[in-house]
Design a protein around this ligand. Structure first.
Ligand code: F6R
Length: 258
């Protein structure tokens, strides 16, 4: 895993946006895996700005989001479909986008179709991920199978509490989600994980330097051949080998830089 420590969330978001810009320049028809939440908001603003400036063209790209709340319609303001429209899709046209349908009548079937659609698109070229404070990726909470596929998951009380500020009250946060599995995520050709703030420091260290365990689903990314973890100083706070990661980044060959 490549660990990139940036001064702040702005610098980290710029690094991630540059990686996606390079990906789209090299392969305009890329299949992008996308995340929601607070962490990638600035990243999406930067992508949209790059699009407006003519630095990036996503018009041939296809996107797949990681997850959606069960029970919320795509029109619900707190749905991840609404989030994606507001923060990216209304500003950066893509060829096709996919988000799990939180109101599907047949969840197992919809999940199998979502997996089939990813395969039919050629697989995900690059997957953006946020990191839950409990070590989740997508909504694969601790204990999730590291081989899991897209399916229904029940959120932990902690994730409900973490997401409550986006809703009128904690009681309104759905308890269930449809999420890509850890196994689905691991099949992406490349992964980019963003984590900011000291509330993520423990999860960052467990993900990158702890054992690979279902208790920290993000730790499965240690098995991924091309995963970059981009953090700010605060989120890097618990990493044992911070100095080494900085050294590696300072000495990174020019051809590897975005
Ligand atoms: C969102 C997702 C989640 C979030 C994670 C961090 O699509 O899959 O794993 O990335 O919960 O959320 P924030 O960024 O709000 O801290």
């Amino acid at each position: 895993m490549e660990i990139i420590i940036k001064r702040d969330a702005e610098e980290a978001s710029l690094e991630a946006a540059a990686i996606f810009r390079r990906q789209l320049r090299e392969k305009p028809e890329s299949v992008l895996g996308l995340a929601t939440g607070s962490t990638p908001l600035r990243f999406y603003e930067l992508l949209a700005a790059m699009g407006r400036a003519g630095e990036l063209d996503a018009s041939r790209a296809v996107t797949f989001n990681l997850d959606e709340y069960v029970g919320l319609s795509a029109a619900h303001p707190q749905s991840y479909a609404a989030y994606m429209r507001a923060h990216l899709l209304d500003h950066l046209p893509v060829a096709r986008w996919h988000i799990p349908d939180g109101q599907t009548a047949d969840i197992p079937r919809h999940c199998a179709e979502y997996e089939a659609a990813i395969r039919a698109a050629g697989g995900i070229d690059i997957q953006l991920l946020g990191l839950g404070s409990d070590g989740h990726i997508g909504f694969n909470e601790p204990g999730s199978s590291l081989g899991s596929r897209t399916r229904l998951k029940t959120l932990t009380a902690r994730t409900v509490a973490d997401n409550a500020p986006h809703f009128a009250s904690p009681a309104e946060v759905p308890r269930h989600v449809i999420t890509m599995g850890v196994g689905t995520i691991l099949e992406a050709r490349r992964c980019v994980v963003l984590a900011f703030g000291k509330q993520k420091a423990h999860a960052v260290a467990a993900m990158a330097e702890g054992p690979v365990t279902a208790m920290v689903p993000a730790s499965a990314l240690q098995m991924h051949p091309a995963c970059a973890l981009i953090v700010d100083e605060a989120a890097a706070g618990d990493l044992q080998r911070r100095d080494y990661y900085r050294w590696v980044y300072e000495n990174k060959p020019a051809w590897q830089r975005p």
